[in-house]
Write a protein of this length. Structure first.
Length: 231
């Protein structure tokens, strides 16, 4: 199957899942998770109509960006961001999905200030409370939002999660349900610099379940590009 056909199928599945949940297909954004796939394949995905390109590694993103891989689609950073790489990402990625500590967010704020811009981000929630994963615990979200309200160069646009690896999408439902509740609850209180617009969750194996629980950004790699080949 070509990338074009894969994107078409994924979009059809997104639309079906949205309609089944009583939601509008056009409200759900498809982020192509492009890691390990070269500029040519990324261009094919953009031409096929993915809404956004999501990159994981800073070096890879800079290389593909120099090759014009993302032309025609917004670029998001969806990987784990190290503090020493913030400078290369701020201003280039429209949205940073994995803002996983207040320390990192302060660095992003300072870097964005130096560049004279406001960086948008999603708070990453460690919804499975996994020791191996970074991200905020659910109870840390409100105090974190209160801190971000005092910053001038970052804006929170929503939440993101990568639930524990489960054998099936169905097993992820409790995690997606918890995320939906956090998204709604934390969106009710008003903070400066915070707008709960986006709930980023769901990957190739479980994006339909995520959509059933309110996801409006799904990050899909394998179902678009095929199995990844790591060099
Ligand atoms: C790779 C990746 C995805 C996509 O995973 P697939 O299972 O290939 O769809 C989504 N989100 C993040 C953060 C990723 O790193």
């Amino acid at each position: 199957m070509s990338i074009e056909e894969n994107v078409k199928q994924v979009k059809e599945r997104i639309a079906a899942a949205a309609l089944a949940a009583g939601r509008r297909p056009e409200d759900i954004l498809l982020v192509a998770a492009t890691k390990t796939n070269g500029a040519d394949k990324v261009r094919q995905a953009v031409a096929a109509g993915v809404d956004i390109c999501g990159e994981n590694r800073v070096q890879e993103m800079l290389e593909k960006n120099a090759q014009g891989a993302y032309e025609g689609a917004p670029l998001h950073f969806i990987g784990h961001l190290q503090k020493n790489k913030v400078k290369q990402v701020v201003g280039l990625a429209e949205l940073i999905h994995g803002a996983d500590s207040l320390e990192l967010i302060r660095v992003i704020d300072r870097t964005a200030a130096a560049k004279g811009l406001v960086q948008e981000l999603l708070l990453e929630v460690n919804i499975g409370a996994e020791a191996s994963k970074s991200g905020f615990a659910p109870e840390e979200i409100p105090p974190t939002l209160a801190e971000i309200a005092k910053m001038d160069h970052v804006r929170v646009r929503g939440l993101m999660a990568i639930p524990p690896v489960c054998a099936s999408g169905e097993e992820n439902r409790p995690y997606f349900a918890q995320m939906e509740k956090l998204f709604i609850d934390n969106g009710q209180k008003k903070y400066d610099n915070v707008r709960m617009d986006f709930l980023s969750m769901g990957m190739s194996g479980d994006f339909e379940e995520a959509i059933a629980f309110g996801a409006n950004m799904v990050r899909v790699g394998t179902a678009i590009f095929g199995e990844r080949v790591y060099q």
